[in-house]
Design a protein around this ligand. Structure first.
Ligand code: CP
Length: 314
């Protein structure tokens, strides 16, 4: 870990910490986030008395990420600035750059941004003293989703070495698949993909594909993905035929290993990638992932914004 904190981008005047993608986090930093998330889960970390302002900018729809960031920010005692894109000066043509510079000028300390463009943050990095937390960039990355998934898997299995993880569905358009596959491999898991051939991703050709009938028998962790219709040039009319070919049916769930789990970043299309009755079955950790998202986002905000001595363990 560098200087006991998250990845620091040094732009010459100040050290500004950002959380942009999983590849720029060192393995030790990932473990530090997971450890801090566990401290928040078990109530072992006190919040900082220092006033901090965090702005949430969501240019794409979100329920889980947006509101779990807001809960995390409030639990940490931060002031929350919820930015409504539809009623902001973006509607008058203001750029993202000028929006960020404005938030910086009026005293924000960090921005949480979800945006439709991959790597939207690159032109901002050397231009602002705000910490940027990427809450999803197009088909690019979703680092806090990945961290909460890793946290959930660690809770379940304690370690990653030798774990069989199958990520299934619309791999090509999924920032969750991209963020998770490489980090889980780095942590020692064996990662395989499953899904329609037209949604395979040449950028991740190192991961082999298997059919769903094999996936259910192999996986310790079966991670299902939503069909990302908003990123397709033609809409996929997914239906029960998708479920039968590529999804988790009741018959397939019966062939899963006794202690294997089902995950999904959600929102879930019940009856498409998973039979509706399995969403809340005993194996499912889908709502546990959402609960863990608050602790992981508290950990990320805390490690990005607080000085080391402020994150006191009580
Ligand atoms: N998993 C996830 O990012 O959900 P939202 O789109 O609702 O934030």
């Amino acid at each position: 870990m560098r200087n006991g904190s998250l990845q620091t981008i040094d732009w010459g005047v100040n050290d500004v910490k950002h959380l942009l993608d999983m590849t720029s986090l060192e393995t030790e930093e990932i473990h530090e986030i997971l450890q801090r998330a566990e401290q928040f889960r078990t109530g072992k970390v006190i919040k900082s008395p220092e006033m901090k302002f965090v702005a949430n900018l969501f240019f794409e729809p979100s329920t889980r990420t947006r509101f779990s960031f807001e809960v995390a920010e409030r639990r940490l005692g931060y002031e929350v600035m919820n930015f409504e894109t539809s009623s902001s000066s973006l509607q008058k043509g203001e750029s993202l750059y000028d929006t960020i510079k404005t938030l910086e000028a009026i005293g924000a300390n960090a921005v949480v941004i979800r945006h439709q463009d991959e790597r939207y943050f690159e032109p901002l990095l050397n231009e602002t003293s705000l910490s940027i937390i990427n809450a999803g960039d197009g088909c690019g990355h979703h680092p806090t989703q990945s961290l909460l998934d890793v946290f959930t898997i660690q809770q379940e299995f304690n370690e990653f070495k030798g774990l069989e993880v199958v990520i299934a569905g619309d791999i090509r358009h999924s920032r969750v698949a991209r963020s998770n596959a490489s980090v889980l491999k780095r942590l020692g898991a064996h990662v395989t993909f499953s899904g329609p051939s037209e949604w395979q991703d040449e950028r991740m050709s190192e991961f082999p594909y298997i059919i769903m009938d094999e996936a259910v028998e192999r996986a310790d962790v079966l991670m299902l993905l939503r069909i990302q219709n908003e990123r397709h040039s033609t809409k996929c009319n997914a239906s029960s035929s998708y479920l039968e070919s590529y999804g988790l049916t009741i018959e397939r769930e019966k062939r899963m290993r006794s202690n294997s789990i089902i995950m999904h970043p959600a929102p879930v299309n019940r009856g498409v990638e998973i039979d509706t009755t399995l969403v809340e079955c005993e194996r499912s950790r889908i709502f546990k992932q959402m609960e863990n998202g608050v602790y992981v986002r508290m950990a990320c905000l805390n490690l990005l914004l607080q000085n080391a001595q402020e994150g006191m363990v009580v």
